[in-house]
Design a binder for this molecule. Structure first.
Ligand code: HEC
Ligand code: HEC
Ligand code: HEC
Ligand code: HEC
Ligand code: HEC
Ligand code: HEC
Ligand code: HEC
Ligand code: HEC
Ligand code: HEC
Ligand code: HEC
Length: 324
């Protein structure tokens, strides 16, 4: 009986709540439509005071800032009212901050010490930079690990040639947190990232993506084909693991084996081809040079590829075994 009452009560609660919400919506709709404010003040009803006031106290910061893309656009060629706000376009209206500079709730700051919630910081930047590359920012691994834009960007100074980054290069910016990847790119065979031929963002979109590991493209292979287009094929004779995923054999960043292979040859091949007659016979003791004392000369160097050279696929009519 009691539970039935509760059930009814809660039903009523819901209905009442529904009516309340409806009433609220209609009140809002009934209000006269005034021009929307340029940006909702996030910091407790503060007002705009203009950049001249900010600069009076923050001359050193302004000097650095003056060399950035934002300063150039906001001051010389603003496209809209928001860009004219300059400092306050990012930091929010500053009247409360001027009264109480030490009160950290009075202004939107982007440093860890200042303590403005990350979501509030991000909202300021996304007000102008939503969509595009940042289409998948919400819920991305970086966003859900509480990174803010200022973990990688520093718009207060021109530190990098492009992208207003915190460090002079993209790779250094990423390495500040991704130490393991720094080690991978230092291995004997590696993608020429540290040599400056490509950078993390040639393969990743740090702002979010639809694929695993923030890749720029929908799959690993599509990402690799951007530069290694000849591996896309089509081939008359496809090698199944190549079509499936380049990472079946290669490491994406670096490896201590030749040609970024995850495993040394011939073991790389034998992970999958270990019980055909051909392979086992190749390594029968009797077939090895010197009656078994030394490895076969057929597997030195390029190993299986001394014969199966077209390992990514072949277009030769007789290339079914990738020998030509
Ligand atoms: C009266 C001088 C004064 C004026 C005017 C002023 N500030 Fe400040 N501001 C300060 C002081 C002092 C601090 C340091 C407070 C602290 O660290 O406790 C500060 C700190 C800051 C910070 C630090 C945030 C951080 O991450 O550490 C930012 C951002 C900032 N001000 C921006 C502005 C902007 C934007 C304006 C104009 C809207 C402005 N200030 C106007 C005195 C001023
Ligand atoms: C495009 C957005 C943006 C604009 C415009 C901007 N700032 Fe900043 N500001 C930031 C970010 C992001 C940081 C945090 C940088 C970091 O991580 O050190 C910051 C940091 C600061 C700091 C504290 C750290 C420091 O460098 O001392 C002050 C003070 C500051 N800004 C003042 C200003 C003033 C004054 C202006 C206008 C002349 C301005 N900002 C314009 C985004 C902006
Ligand atoms: C994990 C690091 C990282 C984070 C976090 C990050 N960015 Fe970026 N961003 C980059 C890198 C790297 C580039 C490329 C810079 C280059 O090409 O020189 C970039 C480029 C950009 C660009 C210029 C190119 C373009 O897409 O138009 C904008 C604008 C930008 N980021 C805005 C943001 C905003 C807004 C946020 C926060 C929501 C953010 N970024 C968070 C790393 C980051
Ligand atoms: C009022 C609008 C506005 C706000 C707010 C804003 N930006 Fe921008 N941002 C711009 C404009 C305009 C450009 C210049 C675009 C261009 O040159 O095409 C720009 C350029 C950039 C670039 C690219 C620089 C390059 O190399 O081309 C980055 C990175 C960036 N902003 C990051 C941020 C971050 C991080 C924040 C928040 C702290 C922020 N922006 C806040 C308008 C804004
Ligand atoms: C402030 C620290 C920080 C910086 C700087 C940073 N990252 Fe991350 N990154 C993280 C964290 C935290 C995660 C999530 C935890 C993890 O997977 O290690 C992550 C995850 C990733 C992932 C894996 C996502 C997944 O789905 O497994 C990639 C790829 C990545 N970051 C690339 C980059 C690139 C590229 C840059 C430079 C543009 C960068 N990161 C800069 C902190 C950072
Ligand atoms: C040649 C393309 C390429 C470049 C350049 C590249 N990555 Fe990756 N990265 C990948 C691929 C592919 C994966 C693995 C995706 C998977 O496992 O499905 C990956 C994975 C990651 C991961 C997830 C953890 C892991 O190792 O699997 C992180 C973090 C990461 N990369 C960071 C970076 C950073 C930081 C840089 C720049 C210093 C960078 N990557 C440069 C292609 C690249
Ligand atoms: C942005 C361009 C770019 C992308 C994307 C790219 N590569 Fe590369 N890759 C290069 C360059 C540049 C080299 C060095 C070529 C040279 O030195 O002649 C290279 C070299 C290699 C090598 C040979 C390494 C050696 O030791 O000789 C392998 C294997 C390789 N890439 C695999 C991949 C795989 C797998 C992917 C996808 C995860 C990929 N690449 C994505 C540019 C790229
Ligand atoms: C079945 C294992 C395997 C797969 C899967 C594979 N590769 Fe390779 N790849 C190799 C081997 C082995 C070599 C060394 C070839 C040599 O020494 O001639 C190599 C060499 C390379 C090279 C450098 C030499 C050259 O041929 O240009 C590139 C670039 C490369 N692979 C890219 C890729 C890409 C991109 C994919 C995915 C589409 C991929 N590989 C998938 C085994 C593989
Ligand atoms: C990830 C597993 C895998 C790896 C690693 C691998 N292969 Fe394959 N390979 C396959 C599969 C699956 C087929 C298709 C077999 C089929 O069609 O019956 C194949 C087919 C072949 C064929 C043609 C065989 C036939 O019956 O048509 C040759 C030759 C071959 N691989 C050689 C190699 C060599 C050499 C390597 C090392 C560089 C290698 N494979 C690495 C999985 C792999
Ligand atoms: C001396 C040249 C040579 C070397 C080295 C070699 N193969 Fe072969 N492989 C052949 C020939 C020839 C065939 C048969 C071709 C045919 O029947 O059309 C073959 C056939 C194959 C086939 C097809 C299925 C089968 O068993 O007949 C696979 C898979 C294969 N090789 C894998 C490998 C692997 C893995 C290695 C390295 C461990 C390797 N091969 C080393 C010459 C070689």
């Amino acid at each position: 009986m009691n539970s039935l009452r509760f059930f009814l009560d809660s039903r009523f609660g819901l209905v009442a709540g529904g009516i309340g919400a409806l009433a609220l919506v209609s009140t809002i709709l009934a209000r006269p439509q005034t021009a929307a404010p340029v940006a909702a003040p996030l910091n407790g009803g503060a007002e705009r005071i203009g950049e001249a006031v900010c600069i009076a106290c923050h001359a050193p910061q302004n000097k650095q800032f003056s060399h950035t893309q934002h300063a150039g656009v906001f001051r010389l060629n603003p496209k809209n009212e928001k860009e004219k706000l300059s400092c306050e376009a990012c930091h929010g209206p500053g009247s409360n901050h001027v009264k109480e500079p030490a009160n950290r709730g009075s202004l939107i700051g982007f440093t860890k010490e200042w303590g403005t919630p990350v979501a509030q910081q991000t909202a300021m930047c996304l007000a102008c930079h939503e969509g595009g590359e940042r289409m998948f920012w919400p819920g991305s691994p970086h966003a859900s690990n509480q990174l803010g834009c200022s973990d990688c960007h520093n718009p207060m100074a021109k530190i990098s040639a492009t992208g207003l980054l915190k460090k002079p290069t993209i790779n250094e910016t990423c390495y500040t947190c991704h130490q393991q990847q720094r080690a991978e790119f230092a291995k004997r065979s590696h993608m020429p990232v540290n040599e400056g031929k490509l950078s993390c963002v040639d393969c990743h979109n740090p702002h979010g993506s639809t694929s695993k590991a923030l890749l720029k493209n929908d799959s690993v292979n599509e990402t690799c084909y951007n530069c290694h287009a000849e591996k896309r094929g089509p081939f008359l004779w496809e090698h199944a693991p190549v079509r499936e995923n380049c990472l079946n054999c290669h490491a994406a960043h670096g490896s201590n084996h030749d040609k970024l292979l995850t495993v040394a040859r011939p073991f790389s091949c034998q992970q999958c081809h270990d019980n055909t007659n051909h392979q086992s016979s190749l390594y029968n003791a009797g077939q090895l040079v010197g009656g078994g004392a030394a490895p076969s000369t057929r597997i030195i160097g390029r190993s299986c590829q001394n014969c199966h050279s077209q390992i990514h696929g072949s277009n030769h009519p007789a290339g079914a075994r990738f020998q030509r």
